[in-house]
Design a protein around this ligand. Structure first.
Ligand SMILES: [Zn+2]
Length: 420
């Protein structure tokens, strides 16, 4: 065919013979008939080993390629089967697409790049594919990236976390490298068996090289870490500890609100008016860090201090705990002791309970401060994975969610085709 080299370039294919180009008026589709070059022919699609022919397979097949301008493009070729020594009868490998895929390499790479860079609707509308298809594509792209890179090299300080999605019905366990800030590993589930999978993958020698592990204080994580990395220092991620305090404060605020609207003591809940309404509006003033409060929110906080001393004490307890993490180690040890004594005597149930957890995890909390683990990185990866779980809604499998998270945050973002 004339201009075969030009067409190979336009279609973004290698080791491929372009036999013919046709424009299908009815389907508004450019159909490129292709075949693998001689040296790429007769290889098993799964392992690439040269194998004798088996049969003609299911005849002609099509692969979606990148659009040319506004026109959709497909490659069309025979899809014969070979008799692989290991895999038996298998569809022969093609140099333009992954085994079993209905899209070319270039198409896959572009979708993976877009999925890690832009919104769900941008990917699906631009590429004219369903979100489910995006899920299948990123899963196979990640499988190839994973096979190429050793993501466990040089790991010493790990952060382990669990993230809930689908309104708390599903979980993923994630492992982050404190030093690079990369997501190292993720898997569906949150139990000991899930975490053991990670340490199995890491291998015994590398488990021995781990010096620090931070987590949210969950017993299942602590148990597995103690078994697999007995020498590692266990730390509590400060942002989880502060989140516990925020939850306790919220419990106190809700109680105050319910009392104000008369829902406590068997009476029917009245309409939220006056004090109750004002309390509800105080939510953000109580949650935010004081240095970030607007003037209006500061006024609200002053109002809480005047009208609800108990709620205000709860607020001060939360802030007190948050401040412990900003102190140098020696001061933090002392401040944490004082905080524990204060909370124990505060007569606010939620904080008395919180104090018990803090005592239980005291060593891990102080270890995090002493060893200066970069809490911010774990928190930021945690936040980003949370966002990914939201857009990953609609993927058929959790594998696609994991693939999107790993491609986005694992330090090996897909490149755009033709620009490596
Ligand atoms: Zn094979």
């Amino acid at each position: 065919m004339q201009n075969a080299t030009l067409w190979r370039g336009l279609l973004g294919v290698e080791k491929t013979v372009v036999e013919d180009i046709e424009f299908d008026e009815g389907e508004q589709l450019l159909v490129a008939s292709v075949r693998p070059r001689k040296r790429s022919r007769g290889r098993c699609g799964r392992c690439g080993r040269r194998s004798p022919g088996y049969d003609r397979g299911a005849g002609r097949r099509r692969w979606r390629a990148l659009d040319l301008g506004t026109v959709q493009v497909v490659l069309e070729a025979d899809a014969p089967r070979v008799a692989c020594r290991t895999h038996g009868p298998s569809v022969a490998a093609v140099p333009w697409a992954r085994h079993g895929a209905g899209h070319t390499y270039a198409f896959d790479e572009q979708v993976a790049w877009l999925a890690t860079q832009t919104s769900k609707s941008a990917v699906t509308e631009l590429m004219r594919i369903a979100w489910r298809t995006v899920g299948a594509i990123i899963t196979r792209v990640w499988a190839d990236v994973e096979a190429l890179h050793d993501r466990f090299a040089g790991l010493t300080r790990l952060g382990i976390d669990e993230i809930s999605y689908k309104r708390g019905h599903r979980y993923v366990t994630i492992v982050v490298d404190h030093d690079s800030g990369r997501l190292v590993w993720a898997a569906p589930g949150r139990d000991k068996a899930t975490l053991h999978q990670f340490f199995d993958a890491l291998g015994e020698t590398r488990c021995g090289a781990v010096t620090h592990v931070s987590a949210d204080g969950a017993d299942w994580i602590a148990t597995v870490v103690a078994a697999r990395c007995p020498k590692a220092v266990r730390c509590a991620d400060p942002f989880h500890v502060v989140a516990w305090a925020t939850d306790a404060l919220d419990e106190v605020r809700r109680l105050a609100w319910n009392e104000a609207r008369g829902a406590v003591g068997g009476r029917r809940a009245g309409r939220a008016t006056g004090h109750a309404k004002a309390l509800k509006g105080a939510r953000y003033s109580l949650w935010k860090n004081p240095e970030n409060l607007t003037e209006k929110q500061q006024a609200k906080l002053a109002w809480v201090a005047r009208t609800d001393p108990r709620l205000y004490r709860a607020y001060l307890l939360k802030e007190g705990l948050r401040l412990v993490f900003r102190l140098p180690y020696e001061d933090a040890v002392e401040a944490l002791e004082r905080w524990i004594g204060w909370a124990r005597r505060c007569r606010i149930e939620a904080f008395v309970k919180l104090q018990k957890s803090i005592v239980k995890h005291r060593h891990a909390i102080l270890a995090a401060i002493e060893h200066g683990l970069s809490n911010g990185r774990i928190e930021s990866v945690n936040t980003k994975v949370r966002l990914i779980t939201r857009i990953a809604f609609g993927f058929r499998s959790p594998e696609a969610l994991i693939a999107l998270a790993m491609l986005s945050l694992g330090g090996h973002r897909p490149a755009l085709p033709g620009r490596k």
